[in-house]
Design a protein around this ligand. Structure first.
Ligand code: PLP
Length: 441
């Protein structure tokens, strides 16, 4: 089939705008009549630098990034890489702040006393807070435990506990158990791709920019936006770090975007100090491999090593298209489209409650990953029973109509329609029409 006959709802990698594919394909074959493929051009060339600065400019425009306070980094190793990098860099920042304070108070040359004091502070005070609301934040929290040791990781929320052992709801903020004295950072995943759970907005408990207690400690919020990147307006100033892999809403695999408050780049502990701290904190907890060091990547304009410029170019093309499509509305323009598409699909599901069951709670339904089951009636005890034979038939019928990529994640089952930015309104309409047709049949 031709591309125009297909509506693709894959969870990631995900569809790209057709015009972006065509422009990128041309760049791969012969970039701007240079006779060279963009994939053959040096990452240190003026061409590559221009692509990099165009990407930064477009992203800053779309998200209203205050560029005097925030930096944009392009990294590799995906969202998973950032599970590790955020821990190591931000715990490093936390330690360096305390090391400098100890030096200021105890005086230069008191290395043993400084080390001793920071060791005691680490043992008594170091915590990282995780809101575990789905499989990806769970993975991120597990990585934090692996790098730091579990005793430093506070799972402030485990959404499964109040939902029969399954993800699908975000507990009321009153039930969250954030570290009372403040943490090195608070981590959450804004949109849980597997479970179809999205935070309705920025959590109120994390609003204040200062930490929960200790003198000058700032609150540092880290958000994984891999699967709802550039799909709604955000206030960048509320975040210390925002990250996301490009392969869902932005481009192709191989590029990870990190938006980071510049002040977090300035404090990096000396490796020898971290080695000496290791009896209380594993070195892996605060000493990133050089390729994951935010300050190194930032001070080298994301070109510390060979950045995949072709992959970056695809994202740049998409970003520039978003800027020109939505003009003054910026990301709010994309948000309106995303909301309309999600309303079409949820509308069709909700209109047929005897056929469809939306997996997550209504209060946290994701606009990006719409997870649903096909049921054979709801038994009296309220337990939903999925009808796997009907689900198979649904998927087969969908495929015949060119509606692809709808099979749910193996851990949740059923169906998942991923409604990322490049999914056209017409595609969402086609799916909604098929949902109605299937329910009637
Ligand atoms: N975070 C979220 C929300 C995701 O959906 C994914 C992948 O689907 C990841 C992180 C991991 O990303 P990657 O595969 O780029 O490491």
């Amino acid at each position: 089939p031709s591309r125009s006959e297909i509506a693709y709802f894959g969870a990631g990698p995900a569809p790209l705008p057709t015009a972006a594919i065509e422009q990128s394909a041309q760049a791969f074959v012969n970039f701007q009549d240079t006779g060279l493929s963009l994939a053959e051009i040096s990452h240190r060339s003026p061409t590559a630098n221009k692509i990099l600065s165009d990407a930064k400019d477009a992203l800053a425009t779309l998200y209203d990034i205050p560029t005097d306070e925030y930096d944009v980094l392009f990294m590799q190793a995906g969202g998973t890489g950032e599970f590790s990098a955020t821990v190591q860099n931000l715990v490093g920042y936390w330690i360096e702040k305390r090391r400098r304070k100890a030096i200021a108070e105890l005086g230069e040359g008191k290395d043993a006393e400084v080390l001793d004091r920071v060791k005691r502070e680490v043992e008594a005070e170091l915590k990282v807070d995780y809101l575990v609301t789905g499989s990806w934040s769970l993975k991120a929290s597990q990585e934090a435990s692996r790098l730091l040791g579990a005793k430093y990781v506070n799972v402030a929320v485990d959404a499964r506990k109040s939902n029969n052992g399954k993800f699908g709801k975000i507990p009321d903020e009153k039930e969250w158990k954030l570290t009372p004295k403040g943490s090195a950072f608070t981590y959450y995943c804004d949109n849980e791709t597997v479970d179809g759970v999205e935070f309705p907005g920025f959590p109120k408990s994390l609003e204040s920019t200062t930490g929960a207690g200790e003198d000058d400690d700032e609150r540092i919020v880290v958000a994984d936006m891999s699967s709802n990147f550039l799909s709604r307006k955000i206030d960048v100033r509320k975040f210390g770090v925002i990250f996301g892999g490009a392969q869902k809403n932005l481009g192709i695999t191989g590029i990870t975007v990190v938006i980071i408050r510049k002040s977090l780049l300035s404090l990096v502990p000396p490796p020898t100090f971290l080695h000496a701290l290791s009896p209380v904190l594993p070195t892996s907890g605060a000493l990133p491999p050089i390729i994951f060091s935010f300050s190194t990547i930032a001070s080298n304009n994301s070109l510390y090593n060979t950045l995949p410029i072709f992959n970056l170019y695809v994202a740049t093309v998409v970003l520039q298209m978003l800027v020109s499509t939505f003009g003054q509305k910026k990301v709010s323009g994309q948000e309106e489209v995303a909301d309309r598409k999600a309303a079409l699909i949820y509308g069709a599901l909700d209109a047929h409650p005897d056929t469809y069951h939306v997996v997550p709670d209504k209060s946290v339904r994701s606009r990006m990953n719409i997870c649903f089951r096909i049921i054979s009636g709801t038994p009296s005890d309220g337990q939903v029973v999925a009808d796997e034979a009907k689900e198979k038939a649904f998927l087969a019928g969908a495929e015949k109509r060119g509606l692809l990529g709808l099979k749910g994640h193996r851990s949740v089952g059923g169906m998942r329609a991923s409604n990322y930015n490049a999914v056209l309104l017409e595609s969402a309409q086609k799916l909604a029409d098929y949902l109605v047709e299937f329910a009637k049949s």
